[in-house]
Design a protein around this ligand. Structure first.
Ligand code: FE
Length: 181
């Protein structure tokens, strides 16, 4: 009986969250992602100027990233809506990849989407991010990864504002903000 009702229960849990960006803590990650406990280490692969690819195994990433950033960056977990430090942040500056330091977004492209995650209408340069089809959770979505280290950042949707009409729906924990001097 319980097993027969599981799909309905799972679907209900999914719909309780933003339907575009399910909280994977209900799935492969059974603990909430805590962005506030994320200590960003500027390790030897971290660079804000070197754009060459970083290809290191997850076993090494596990030694470089906080547990919560690892869960998002390398296992595609999602922080809960309205819990990250940047969803309603309005500072002027640049957002870098929290895993490798790659420049990702300018604050000028950030907008108030109301969805609970930091949202941008364009990346800082086309190659800053890469895209990958994501058909998990019975949804057809496009995953956004860091163009340098392939860290999972979030997803992109077609309901953003002009001029691009895109919404880069990102995890706060995947980002590191640097204010303009
Ligand atoms: Fe990166």
């Amino acid at each position: 009986m319980l097993l027969r009702n599981l799909p309905i229960l799972s679907l209900t849990l999914l719909l309780m969250h933003c339907n575009n960006h399910p909280d994977t803590s209900a799935h492969s990650h059974d603990r909430p992602i805590n962005d506030m406990n994320n200590e960003i280490k500027h390790h030897k692969y971290y660079s804000r100027t070197d754009t060459s690819k970083v290809t290191i195994p997850d076993s090494v990433w596990a030694t470089l990233l906080s547990d919560d950033l690892y869960a998002v960056a390398r296992e595609a977990a999602t922080e809960r809506a309205f819990t990250g430090k940047y969803w309603d942040y309005e500072g002027n500056g640049t957002y870098y990849c929290a895993a490798c330091g790659n420049a990702l977004f300018r604050s000028e492209s950030k907008f108030a989407s109301g969805c609970g995650w930091p949202s941008f209408f364009e990346s800082i340069r086309p190659a800053a991010v890469v895209y990958k089809a994501d058909n998990s959770y019975n949804m057809i979505r496009t995953e956004v990864l860091c163009g340098r280290c392939d860290a999972h950042l979030g997803h992109i949707f077609d309901d953003g504002p002009p001029p691009t009409g895109k919404r880069f729906c990102m995890n706060s924990i995947s980002l590191e903000f640097e204010p303009l001097p």
